[in-house]
Design a protein around this ligand. Structure first.
Ligand code: A2P
Length: 351
């Protein structure tokens, strides 16, 4: 049994031992919301009652959980009475409006939006990295940005052995990060392209089929970094507890449905060989080594999709650093699972 199995099993056992909870899923009909249901079911989270909440548009819709039909309710100020844990993934504005209401009603919120991630007193947690941070919550625990989770989970065990000084990353981000409608847009626009038909983008700002483009978040005019890139820097610092960690990212959206890939080069405090990194990754929780030079087999979004583990490979010395402090690698992780729903459910298990 590897370390992640041990962590998952001990978390799962603890979850099973604890009293069943009333759990609410806010944004239950969305891309991440539906994955919450899968993760809660597959991990046998101890549930007394499950409330599915979404917008008025979805009220009355029926979703299935463990073979049971549950009717989706409209999210209102009164939705949280008697709820122990609420998993939020309906966007930052909904979190800002309703998470404080949920906390007031006595509920612990695990929030997948960016609304509270950098707020003092709100732990930002990746269970493989900083599980102890959960204990300091004041009602809200934030789930980090998906690219940050997928890039930084494999770097943590390396950082513990030989502290990181600097990280550069280039992301290849999937449609799911922009929600179910963006995933549909990728499929519909690809079909239209192959049929030789015009397709006007509705969700994303540029044609998506057979194309890629810089992440469509707001760009800081001073630095030139977009918001997704800035999140990777500041969230990595908070999760690692290293306020001056040097991180520079380039975030790009690629026509892939649900798994992000990231090309990473990192520099450590002391010299480090690629073989050492390979050994560390082979034993680390939440990651899986896919690094077969002979067969040119490395992490691919297709293989990472629907997988809990982040795939890690292309581990090699960064030859542009003759001091031997730097290594490059390539990772792929399911954006909807470890990048969002799975990480949030693991946090709920820690509770
Ligand atoms: P709905 O399906 O009713 O619009 P995604 O990230 O895939 O776009 O999903 C967003 C989720 O957030 C959906 O479940 C969506 O519900 C939900 N949502 C959006 N707006 C609201 C709102 N005003 N109140 C409650 N849930 C909302």
């Amino acid at each position: 049994m590897n370390a992640i199995d041990q962590i998952s099993n001990s978390q799962r056992n603890a979850a099973q031992r604890s009293a069943p909870k009333t759990v609410a899923v806010v944004g239950a009909t969305g891309a991440v919301g539906l994955e919450f249901l899968t993760c809660l079911a597959e991990r046998n989270f101890p549930i007394k009652q499950l409330k599915l909440l979404a917008s008025k548009r979805s009220a009355g819709k029926v979703l299935s959980f463990k073979g049971q039909d549950i009717v989706v309710e409209e999210l209102t100020e009164h939705s949280f009475h008697g709820v122990d844990i609420a998993l939020f993934s309906a966007g930052g504005d909904i979190s800002k409006q309703y998470a404080p209401i949920a906390v007031k009603a006595g509920c612990v919120v695990v929030d997948n939006s960016s609304a509270f991630r950098m707020t003092d007193g709100v732990p930002l947690v990746v269970p493989e990295i900083n599980p102890e941070a959960v204990a300091a919550h004041n009602g809200i625990i934030a789930n980090p940005n998906c690219s940050t989770i997928i890039a930084m989970t494999p770097l943590w065990p390396i950082h513990k052995v030989n502290p990181l000084r600097r990280v550069t990353a280039a992301t290849y981000q999937a449609a799911s990060r922009a929600g179910a409608a963006a995933m549909a847009e990728l499929e519909d626009s690809t079909r239209a392209y192959l049929d030789g038909q015009e397709y006007a983008p509705k969700v994303l700002p540029h044609p998506y089929a057979f194309n890629l483009f810089s992440h469509n978040s707001k760009i800081d005019p001073q630095t030139g970094y977009n918001d997704e890139e800035a999140k990777m820097t500041r969230e990595s610092r908070k999760i690692f507890g290293v306020p001056d960690l040097r991180v520079s990212a380039t975030c790009v959206r690629v026509p892939v449905l649900r798994a992000h890939a990231v090309a990473i080069t990192f520099e450590c405090e002391r010299p480090i060989g690629w073989q050492t990194v390979r050994h560390i990754i082979a034993d680390a929780p939440g990651v899986q080594l896919v690094d077969d030079r002979e067969h040119n087999l490395f992490p691919m979004p297709r293989d990472a999709s629907h997988q809990d583990d982040i795939l890690v490979g292309r581990i090699r010395q960064d030859l542009s650093d003759p001091t031997g402090h730097s290594v490059s690698l390539f990772v792929a992780g399911d954006q909807l699972l470890k990048g969002a729903a799975l990480n949030a459910v693991q946090i709920a298990e820690l509770l």
